[in-house]
Design a protein around this ligand. Structure first.
Ligand SMILES: [Zn+2]
Length: 296
């Protein structure tokens, strides 16, 4: 018999997916802070009693014990204790769909065993806001933009993505009057394939262009910045059943007020299409995202 090397781990995990494996077992996809995304077999997890105590629900945060196997053998989940159950479904359909959306994006953004601590922290903070009182539309925009930034896919928002020339700051006065009427701010071209804004000179040679307003570009630029770490950042949203890595709270909330009501539909559409271009596929849950910023 082949000798399979094993390693024991104890860590915190977010449940991203559950697949029935047999009458009593599940194959679970988990996001962990120190092991990245993993798939593991949970024998007997469909029984209420046993080492999993019914903790393995979609988007539950659990403390798990795991035996990692080498090669193609599926890791074995040996124990799981619930830290926080996702209760979005008890509050609204919008919050439920938002949770499903987060789980779906993480299945496509990451490969197995690709460790990304900040992304884990971001996900915990996002679920905390969605599951609590956080504004769903703004939270998901900030989550998507921070995923793009952390994974190295942040689009160019200040200089042409083709030639690198700096574009004028979008904060030129909005109320400049011309012939007694307010002049409309010009639209900016954004290349989905090129990954960012495109200057007037490069524009004719680019395909997959989307025109966005200067205000939307400004929102996007703000959402893509690394948030400032704030010691007082909302720990109460992250933890309702005991502290979950208090030291690693991602300050997502500080980004939220930067999205305006008028820019939201344009920005939501742009980010969704940009993600589709990067992932080479559309996401099932994108159709269920809030259509307006007040849709809570
Ligand atoms: Zn250019």
């Amino acid at each position: 018999m082949k000798n399979i090397a094993t390693q024991h781990h104890s860590t915190t995990a977010i449940v991203l997916r559950l697949i029935e494996f047999s009458e009593t077992s599940l194959v679970v996809t988990l996001l962990t802070r120190d092991l990245g995304r993993i798939s593991a077999l949970a024998k007997g997890a469909r029984r209420l009693k046993g080492p999993f105590e019914g903790s393995l629900d979609l988007l539950s945060v659990c403390r798990i014990n795991l035996i990692a196997k080498s090669g193609d053998t599926l890791d074995l989940l040996t124990e799981s204790k619930l830290r926080r159950r996702f209760r979005g479904g008890e509050r609204s359909l919008t919050r439920t769909y938002a949770g499903y959306y987060v789980a779906e994006t993480l299945r496509w953004w990451l490969d197995d065993a690709e460790r990304h601590e900040e992304l884990f922290d971001l996900t915990l903070a996002t679920l905390g806001l969605i599951d609590g009182e956080g504004p769903v539309a703004e939270t998901l925009l900030a989550y998507d933009c921070q995923c793009l930034r952390l994974l190295g896919h942040a689009p160019a928002t200040r200089a042409c993505t083709v030639c690198g020339v700096k574009l004028d700051s979008p904060d030129s006065p909005a109320d400049t009057f011309k012939n007694g009427r307010p002049r409309r701010k010009p639209k900016v071209a954004f290349s989905l394939d090129g990954g960012g804004i495109v200057c007037e000179t490069c524009r004719p040679r680019q395909s997959s262009l989307v025109l966005i307003s200067a205000a939307t570009l400004e929102c996007l630029d703000g959402l893509l910045q690394a948030p400032e770490r704030d010691a007082d950042e909302d720990t109460r949203n992250v933890s309702t059943e005991g502290p979950i890595e208090r030291e690693s709270v991602f300050p997502l909330r500080s980004l939220l007020p930067r999205v305006s009501e008028t820019s939201y539909p344009e920005l939501r559409g742009l980010i969704s299409r940009y993600m589709q271009t990067l992932l080479g596929r559309s996401l099932r849950m994108q159709a269920f995202l809030p259509g307006a910023i007040r849709g809570r």
